[in-house]
Design a protein around this ligand. Structure first.
Ligand SMILES: Cc1cc2nc3c(=O)[nH]c(=O)nc-3n(C[C@H](O)[C@H](O)[C@H](O)COP(=O)(O)OP(=O)(O)OC[C@H]3O[C@@H](n4cnc5c(N)ncnc54)[C@H](O)[C@@H]3O)c2cc1C
Length: 548
């Protein structure tokens, strides 16, 4: 990614075919799709890339087994095909994950779940691609059919269940990712096709020449000249030109609903595969192995607070812990939570909460009189389809001959961790983690690690993330704050929130400061800023601060 300053120069002086508002997965996808079709593209993000819902998901690239309950067959089928494509386009980033639905006390595994899994299997098969694929081509993942497994196999996959002696279970397959890294990887590809992007630039209005924007770092106001505008601002979508959207496209008021997740150590809840955990009232949560921790969630409750910082809800945290404790036979307390986060999905408010509709799963495209195209809803998994929908509309109204190409554009490049050059001081575990996070660009991170001994050190002792990643994030990924690094360039804020307060946060601030020319007081101010952000995000859950 080019430096932010250079991007700002280009944004304020060049003229673009398209400006994309919003740097989550949808905006990133639109930027890539349009740039690959020959459009000159600008993208701006008011906070940091992926700072919205795209860093706060369950990290699954999946069809969504539970949507089958509502007979959303088209939606599930579409997501399953996208899942298949993403594993092929980004094998280092979108990885197959085994999931288990256990049964106990010799009960048969739930037959309804079995019916759903049969459908899931059938819909996973892309017949055309299957036919076209050469037999010796093993580059493409093809999930096995689900099957019933024995109690012993369940325990092998879910060691945390050993005490409950499961007697059988269903095994099926989905995929998992690091949502933020997916956004950065798609943005990186968009840039390869010429897109120009900057974070901390907020679009405040549409103007005849394009959009008016403000640089949130300097406060400078400027116009980005562009023939077309795509509004990819997720749950903020109805805040840009609200009258136009509500009156012309009849977009109902978006009422956010909060989903909370927590992480705990893999010793507390050891998992090799993911599990579907019953949570009462016919609802369930996921328990997933993720980046060396166990990720538990999610929930779904009304939220009326600040959209820029969405803390985990204490009641939701209790609900998640209760479900996990009952299922795994554990006694987890809030003090054992290694990190908590929450995100919002858009619901259409009808005024009557019982009748509000979840639009988050369905992609919606609105075109209004200013020409702005708003694309919202959908899933992380289906971002490519959403982007295609928006750019197809642009191409159609401009009568261009520019077919979508994103189904054949690799997202990053995988690398074998064993092929990475060894750098003195870099812990063994880091090579695998770097390869999974950056793919081939891990070589570049290691080049930074080799510059100075301290950059080869981990940010948090015992975890693989390196201080070199901080310098790399500042130079190549427009990271400006400690929070940018701890929440998004790495995921330490979600995985080790309690350990970051002093030493690691200061180490990150110092490494950022070395890149950005900060003096001692500025470094301290940035550490304080991180503490405030960590509190606003509710990353650390404390028993004593919670209502009784
Ligand atoms: C709890 C939860 C769990 C989920 N789990 C999954 C899952 O496991 N798998 C899956 O496929 N999907 C999942 N989803 C859905 C998925 O996360 C979202 O569909 C997706 O991240 C939405 O991306 P987006 O780019 O549309 O929105 P966002 O990621 O919110 O991006 C919008 C961006 O626009 C920026 N912005 C807003 N206004 C402006 C402005 N005026 N100027 C400039 N920028 C602006 C914001 O700062 C933000 O970064 C989950 C959703 C939730 C809430």
């Amino acid at each position: 990614m080019i430096a932010r300053e250079a991007a700002l120069d280009a944004l304020s002086s060049d003229t673009f075919d398209l400006v994309v508002v919003g740097g989550g997965i949808t905006g990133a996808g639109v930027a890539l799709d349009a740039a690959a079709r020959g459009y000159s593209v600008a993208l701006v993000e008011k906070a940091d890339y992926a700072a919205g819902t795209s860093s706060r998901s369950s990290k699954l690239v999946h069809g969504g087994l539970r949507y089958l309950q509502n007979f959303d067959l088209g939606l599930v089928r579409e997501a399953l095909l996208e899942r298949q494509l993403l594993v092929t386009l980004a094998p280092h980033l979108v990885r197959p994950l085994r999931l288990v639905v256990p049964a106990f006390e010799s009960a048969r595994p739930d037959r309804l779940v079995g019916v759903g899994l049969n459908l899931y299997d059938v819909m996973s098969v892309d017949k055309l691609r299957g036919r076209l694929r050469r037999r010796d081509d093993d580059s493409s993942w093809s999930p096995d059919r689900h099957r019933v497994i024995t109690g012993e196999e369940v325990v092998e996959l879910l060691p945390a269940l050993a005490g409950r002696q499961p007697t059988s279970g269903y095994l099926f397959y989905d995929c998992q990712t690091d949502d933020v890294r997916l956004v950065f990887t798609v943005l990186g590809e968009a840039e390869r096709f010429g897109a120009v992007m900057a974070n901390r630039v907020e679009v405040t209005d549409l103007v005849p020449e394009g959009v008016r924007a403000v640089d949130r770092e300097s406060g400078d106001d400027f116009v980005i000249r562009a023939a077309n505008v795509v509004n990819a601002t997720g749950v903020w979508a109805d805040r840009l030109r609200p009258d136009e959207l509500h009156d012309e496209a009849e977009v109902p008021t978006i009422r956010p609903s909060r989903g909370t997740h927590v992480t705990v150590s893999s010793e507390a809840v050891p998992l090799v595969a993911g599990a579907i955990v019953p949570a009462g009232g016919g609802r369930s949560i996921f328990a997933l192995p993720w980046l060396g921790r166990t990720l538990l969630g999610t929930t779904d409750n009304d939220y009326e607070g600040d959209l820029d910082h969405i803390p985990a809800d204490p009641a939701d945290v209790d609900y998640i812990l209760d479900a996990a404790n009952a299922f795994f036979g554990r006694d987890l307390t809030p003090d054992e939570i290694t990190g908590a986060y929450a995100g919002v999905r858009p619901l259409i408010s009808t005024g009557d909460p019982k009748k509000s509709v979840d639009i988050s799963r369905k992609a919606e495209l609105y075109e209004t009189s200013s020409g702005m195209i708003t694309i919202t809803g959908g899933k992380l998994t289906t971002f490519r389809r959403m982007a295609k929908m928006a750019v197809d509309r642009l191409v159609e109204r401009e009568a261009r001959d520019a077919p979508c190409r994103t189904h054949e554009i690799p997202l990053g490049l995988p690398v074998d961790p064993d092929d990475l050059r060894r750098v003195e001081g870099v812990p063994d575990d880091s090579y695998r983690a770097l390869a999974a996070r950056y793919g081939f660009a891990a070589h570049d991170v290691l080049r930074v690690a080799a510059e100075r001994g301290e950059l080869a050190q981990p940010v948090v002792d015992g975890l693989p993330d390196l201080l070199a990643e901080v310098a790399f994030a500042a130079r190549r990924e427009q990271a400006l704050t400690v929070g940018d690094v701890l929440l998004r360039r790495t995921r330490l804020g979600l995985l080790a929130a309690r350990e970051l307060d002093d030493g690691p946060a200061r180490r990150v601030a110092a490494a950022l400061g070395a890149e950005r020319g900060w003096d001692g007081p500025r470094i301290e101010a940035e550490v304080d800023r991180w503490r405030a952000e960590s509190t606003a995000e509710g990353l650390v859950v404390r028993t004593e601060t919670r209502p009784q």
